[in-house]
Design a protein around this ligand. Structure first.
Ligand code: FAD
Length: 327
């Protein structure tokens, strides 16, 4: 690896998980850090709020693991996939976690600030070196667009992440902190508009999901996001280090977006301080994240083609889980 110089001041655009992880990593290298975040945080974010087990070593390295545990994440020990009346269950090799984005994003940003990062709402004269601004907004054709939605529920919890597949959409149900359950889905606009974007009606449309939600009571409004556009920018001609969803956003089915955001953020923070060439940084990101991104691409095509429901029950659950993890 060829590194040119040590950068002492790092400006990071975006204070989500990738931006905060970049800040923590750069601070650990002795840099001074400024985070430019345009929104008021914390806030609810549309997300499955599922963290795969590999988040532990990533946060350990950044000094954020104890704070993560202190936020009280739920333990997730099983996966249950529902395809119509068929279900496919498997035990996770290690426990995963459920924690709201409200709690997680706040925890990580607080950690970065406590470690010395300066937080501002507008960029000054200096160009940001790390771009962690989340998904790119790319115009897509009406009707074919994908939207995400989520709400928190109260009531009995369990230790499974459940995914319900129906009509080219899927909805995930996961326990989070404080005895709550997150319900988060992703669906094409054409399907959502049949229900006038009434999410209570949409989740009742799938009988297995409707049964699962019967003992629960919705505790927040429905939040929605979109249109979602998948894309990867492992090539960047500019001098900035893209991290998190700004680097790559794939179908969130794999539940590894947050892990990828924290990992690439930390890699960007370190790379920016030591002056690692951006092309080398991007090559390392690609090597680490390629596998789950490729698998997510195949799954998205399967969902769009309507054959996921036929094929997925045939694949061993543990294999599916292993294939969707970053290296
Ligand atoms: C429906 C859905 C479900 C998902 N479920 C899961 C899941 O269960 N598990 C999982 O691991 N991942 C999941 N993901 C993916 C996960 O949400 C993302 O990978 C993660 O949010 C990426 O973090 P980030 O920091 O890159 O971006 P973000 O979380 O989007 O943060 C970007 C930040 O940058 C700020 N910003 C943007 N532009 C500017 C600007 N110009 N100036 C200053 N600030 C700016 C924004 O306000 C924001 O705070 C899901 C995604 C979707 C859409």
């Amino acid at each position: 690896m060829h590194c040119s110089k040590v950068t002492e001041r790092i400006h990071i655009l975006g204070g989500g998980p990738a931006g905060s992880a970049a800040a923590l990593a750069a601070l650990r290298q002795g840099a001074r850090v400024r985070i430019i975040e345009k929104s008021r945080l914390p806030r609810h974010k549309v997300c499955g709020e599922f963290f795969s087990p590999e988040i532990e070593p990533e946060l350990e390295q950044l000094g954020g693991w104890d704070a993560f545990l202190a936020a009280g994440p739920a333990r997730v020990r099983r996966t249950v996939l529902h395809f119509g009346a068929r279900t496919k269950s498997s035990r996770l090799p290690e426990p995963a976690f459920g924690l709201s984005r409200y709690a997680f994003d706040r925890m990580l940003l607080d950690q970065a600030r406590a470690a010395g990062a300066d937080l501002v709402t507008e960029a000054g004269e200096e160009q940001p070196l790390i771009v962690a601004t989340g998904r790119h907004a790319i115009p897509t054709q009406r009707g074919q667009r994908l939207f995400g939605f989520k709400a928190h529920f109260e009531g009995p919890t369990d230790d499974a992440v459940e995914l319900f597949f129906f009509e080219r959409c899927y909805v995930g149900v996961t326990a989070i902190e404080a005895g709550r359950t997150n319900v988060c889905g992703l669906a094409p606009e054409s399907f959502l508009s049949r229900f006038g974007f009434e999410y209570d009606d949409i989740v009742m449309h799938c009988p297995a999901l409707s049964d699962r939600l019967k003992p629960l009571r919705r505790a927040t409004q429905w939040f929605s996001t979109g249109p979602l556009q998948y894309g990867q920018s492992f090539v960047n001609a500019g001098p900035e280090y893209p991290a998190g969803d700004a680097l790559s956003f794939v179908d969130p089915f794999t539940g590894s977006g947050l892990l990828a955001a924290v990992r690439s953020g930390a890699m960007a923070g370190r790379a920016a301080v030591i002056g690692q060439p951006v092309a080398d940084y991007l090559r390392e990101c690609r090597a680490s994240l390629r596998q789950p991104f490729q698998v997510a691409g195949v799954l998205r095509r399967a969902l769009e083609g309507g054959w996921a429901e036929k094929l997925a029950p045939l694949a061993p659950g543990r294999l599916l889980f292993a294939l969707t993890r970053p290296r």
